[in-house]
Write a protein that binds this ligand. Sequence first.
Ligand SMILES: CC(C)(COP(=O)(O)OP(=O)(O)OC[C@H]1O[C@@H](n2cnc3c(N)ncnc32)[C@H](O)[C@@H]1OP(=O)(O)O)[C@@H](O)C(=O)NCCC(=O)NCCS
Length: 224
Amino acid sequence: MTKAMQNRLRSTRRRLAIFGAGGHGRELAWLAELVGWKRSDLCFVVDKPAYRVKHVNGLAVCLLDDAIALGEEAGYVVALGDALARERSVILCERAGLTPVSLIHPGIELSPSVNIGQGSVICAGTILTTNIHIGRHVHINIGCTISHDAEVAEFATLSPGVHIAGHVSVGRRAFIGIGAVIINGSENERLVIGDDAVIAAGACVTCSVEAGAMVAGVPAVSKR
Ligand SMILES: CC(C)(COP(=O)(O)OP(=O)(O)OC[C@H]1O[C@@H](n2cnc3c(N)ncnc32)[C@H](O)[C@@H]1OP(=O)(O)O)[C@@H](O)C(=O)NCCC(=O)NCCS
């Protein structure tokens, strides 16, 4: 990258680097504009030259090494559905000196007792009721609902149309497939989806799921 390009990138404008230029990246670029980012302040970032193309949907794609030139003024959000890849990419972005930005659709419903960690993404049509904790870099896709006293740990992913009832804990990097339903736990016994668990699309989870397990079906049963 030339000095002139670096100086241009180091301008006082705040910029947002979207890590990942695939389908989810394009969706997050759209969301970023909806929450008020100027199109001219957005770019995609990839970590391997093989993923680099000139433009995606009219936005520039640059290498992470080049994004370092964006400096501390630049924010980042990781647009990767795979939790492990997202976690690794967060480490790369932090090392590059970028700061995490959350993208929360302006039309979602949530009470004041909901807290949301840095770098998390919450898409259109989602409702979060009361006393809910969402960790860092969680992705909640379109049309999800989360009820009272639920916790979603860092790097977890909720696909479109997931419904989580009250007193449920979702573990780190857990993946919940499209249209899955998790029934409620209780004050005395939470329903726990373990770290790295995978819940298949359309599943109805009626009891706790062990860390690393994969469950599917209605009611959901273990597949591995
Ligand atoms: C759960 C999932 C990840 C499993 O994928 P996989 O590891 O490739 O597993 P397989 O396709 O080999 O299936 C393993 C078993 O689970 C069953 N299974 C997989 N997905 C299922 C589902 N959604 N409902 C019911 N059973 C399912 C398979 O029939 C197979 O059963 P068997 O061993 O009795 O034959 C995948 O099927 C899935 O549901 N992905 C969610 C996709 C999604 O929501 N994407 C959102 C993008 S925004």
